[in-house]
Design a protein around this ligand. Structure first.
Ligand code: ADP
Ligand code: MG
Ligand code: MG
Length: 499
């Protein structure tokens, strides 16, 4: 632990009830000010709780931890206490969740819009181009997805200066941490409860978080719509996955609550063991697959050979329910996010003016690189922008002076490569003190946070079976770090305390 804590909360305590409450309330506003002995106790209990409740990931230091469950486990990186978050913005994020679901669904049905909006990107980005090829093949065979399942996570930062909740991105593929996020909320509630006397905080101010229950229910209901009692849910995984416990949580609930079996397969295994029956049934390793849930397949590294691409195509051609379908996947790209932010685009997909206004309110500034005045400004003031390629999983964006260098290079080369990127207004959230714990070691730091709101969507033809907010994930990172991925090692899992 670094630094000396100022006067401890416990030491400040006095007998007058009101004053005591006021002083103890300050603890969450400044976790750095909490008595070091109390912090040590809470840290210890947090580590015990995490280990006993499965708030764990594979340990980097252990060679087999990404392949074999039960080997080389370490607690997930966490924040010791929840982050303060305004209740009004929390409600706003929950309220727009079903509207974003509907938007993704509508966009996914407009094949021409997806192909056209991504046509320039296609020329310079091989990965997006391959996804578009699969999408184009589905257009050619007039493939219809009647049962559509989305397990999304819309991420936001609260911009300090404008006090606006702005969307960072909407994930339509492989939205991670539905399992572990619930556990972090529970851990924080349990700590607030246990140390209530010292902290004076109300555990009920941490909103209920049942992402895993909602996602498992959506997978189950999709499986039920497919209507083959012998079929399984297939989870598409990477060969090595240190975040496997997050996934296992989901499939354990699916098995225990709904008695639905699942299989885990890599794209290479699906290529080797998969076949399409004449009626379109996808059979993998002898099992009919009702639902394909992707926790891989979002990054170029997930396709090291042609075999992975042919597996993706096989899945798309089948009548299995895909989470996501290729169209949902493309609807979640940064380029589409930027296209939808253009004037009059939302109106193409949503009818209600009220819904359109709510969605638009969440949009930060988003621009294509063919907007020369914005490119000029970004070269002059690169710190106010983030440059984003069509990638997922964290660690791909360009910040600060690198934005200027990248834009100047693109200008000089005069190539079409600019179409691989979008420019986004950089959001500056409030910086707060926090205590972060990673691999058993805690650090006092100054941090910023990103709120992710999960949302499930399931429909069969005209019948919308599920459409709602489904829990949340707060991710907190050191304020000096640009990127926010937990798995990528930049951030920790967190929850929120409504104020
Ligand atoms: P990915 O799909 O790789 O997660 P994101 O768009 O979420 O891509 O960007 C990764 C991280 O970069 C985010 O979690 C956030 O920490 C940071 N980031 C992205 N966009 C912005 C922005 N406009 N302002 C500030 N930080 C951003
Ligand atoms: Mg993403
Ligand atoms: Mg992200």
């Amino acid at each position: 632990m670094a630094g000396n804590a100022p006067a401890s909360v416990a030491a400040l305590k006095c007998s007058a009830g009101v004053k005591e409450e006021l002083e103890t309330q300050e603890s969450i506003f400044d976790p750095h000010g909490v008595d070091p002995n109390l912090v040590r106790k809470m840290e210890y209990d947090a580590l015990v709780w995490s280990s006993l409740h499965g708030l764990v990931v594979g340990d980097r230091a252990s060679q087999m931890s990404g392949r074999l469950p039960g080997v080389g486990l370490v607690h997930a990186p966490i924040s010791l206490l929840p982050m303060l978050f305004p209740e009004s913005h929390w409600k706003q994020a929950c309220e727009v969740a079903p509207i974003f679901n509907e938007l993704v669904d509508r966009v996914s049905l407009d094949a021409k819009f997806l192909q056209e909006a991504l046509s320039r990107t296609k020329k310079v980005d091989v990965f997006t181009s391959r996804l578009l090829d699969i999408h184009a093949k589905m257009i050619d065979i007039d493939k219809k997805e009647e049962i559509r399942l989305g397990l999304h996570r819309s991420d936001y930062m609260l911009d300090e200066q404008t006090n606006l909740l702005l969307q960072i991105e909407l994930n339509t593929i492989s939205s991670s941490f539905p399992g572990l996020s619930c556990l972090v909320s529970e851990l924080h509630r349990s700590l607030l409860h246990q140390f209530k006397q010292h902290l004076g905080l109300d555990p009920e101010r941490i909103p209920e978080n049942n992402a895993v229950g909602h996602f498992a229910e959506a997978l189950y209901k999709a499986w039920a719509e497919y209507n083959n009692p012998r079929s399984v849910v297939m989870i598409v995984v990477q060969t090595e996955e240190r975040n496997m416990y997050d996934q296992h949580w989901l499939f354990t609930v699916l098995k225990e609550r709904y008695q639905v079996r699942s299989i885990r397969k890599t794209l290479a295994e699906i290529d080797a063991q998969g076949e399409l029956l004449p009626d379109g049934t996808l059979v993998v390793d002898g099992e009919a697959v009702a639902v394909v849930y992707f926790r891989a397949g979002y990054a170029p590294t997930d396709y090291p050979s042609e075999s992975e691409w042919s597996a993706r195509l096989l899945i798309e051609q089948s009548c299995a329910i895909k989470c996501p379908s290729i169209a949902y996947h493309l609807a979640g790209t940064k380029k589409i996010q930027q296209e939808l932010a253009k004037p009059n685009q939302l109106e193409r997909f949503l009818e209600s003016k009220d819904d359109i206004a709510k969605v638009r309110k969440c949009f930060a500034g988003l621009w294509s690189l063919d907007d020369s005045s914005i490119v000029k400004d970004a070269i002059q003031r690169p710190g106010l922008y983030v440059m984003k390629p069509q990638r997922e999983g964290g660690g791909n964006n360009i910040y600060g002076d690198d934005v200027r260098l990248a834009l100047q290079r693109l200008e000089k080369e005069g190539m079409e490569e600019d179409a691989a990127y979008i420019l986004m207004q950089r959001i500056f959230p409030t910086i707060s003190p926090a205590i972060l714990i990673r691999e058993g070691v805690s650090h006092k730091d100054h941090v910023i946070s990103e709120l992710g709101v999960y949302a499930a969507y399931l429909r069969n033809k005209a019948n919308v079976i599920i459409n709602g907010q489904s829990g949340y994930l707060m991710r907190t990172k050191v304020s000096s770090s640009n990127e926010g991925g937990v798995a990528a090692g930049f951030a920790v899992l967190d929850s929120i305390y409504l104020v």
